[in-house]
Design a protein around this ligand. Structure first.
Ligand code: ZN
Length: 144
């Protein structure tokens, strides 16, 4: 038996896209990605980002609020960075791991052996939680 569609009340009109921007920081985006796209729970997501669970909760709340404001209000989103956001690299030749603040560009060489053979190894990238094989899968990683 087909289910009858219930009517829903909606008290807004589709938003016009406005030229004004709302600023969303990269850590807020990362919190949204981990919690709402990857589906991690808050303590796992907090561990990946290297923050406490209450801090993660605060970042996520802010991120969700801004995402809502942007969608409902029709605002553009401007992504901002911050020195507190770190990227991690690992050298293939000597195995050194080091961190660089976000926004400083990709380093040219390993700080220890000056090899150019290194890659980014941020926690959370391609790690998934096992289990149900993560909705986004690989390949989408670059966009987020
Ligand atoms: Zn090296």
């Amino acid at each position: 038996m087909p289910r009858r569609k219930r009517r829903r009340w909606v008290f807004l009109d589709p938003p016009e896209i406005k030229p004004s921007e709302i600023e969303v920081s990269l850590d807020e985006l990362e919190a949204l990605r981990l919690a709402d796209i990857e589906g991690l729970n808050q303590s796992d997501a907090a561990r990946i980002m290297g923050v406490s669970q209450p801090t993660f909760h605060r970042i996520l709340r802010s991120a969700r609020r801004k995402a809502g404001i942007a969608l409902v209000g029709g605002f553009r989103v401007k992504i901002t960075g911050g020195e507190h956001i770190m990227r991690k690299f690992r050298c293939f030749d000597c195995g050194t791991e080091w961190e660089e603040p976000f926004g400083t560009g990709r380093p040219d060489t390993c700080p220890k052996c000056s090899s150019p053979n290194f890659c980014r190894v941020d926690a959370g990238k391609g790690r998934g939680k096992g289990g149900k094989g993560g909705g986004m899968g690989k390949g989408s990683g670059g966009r987020w």
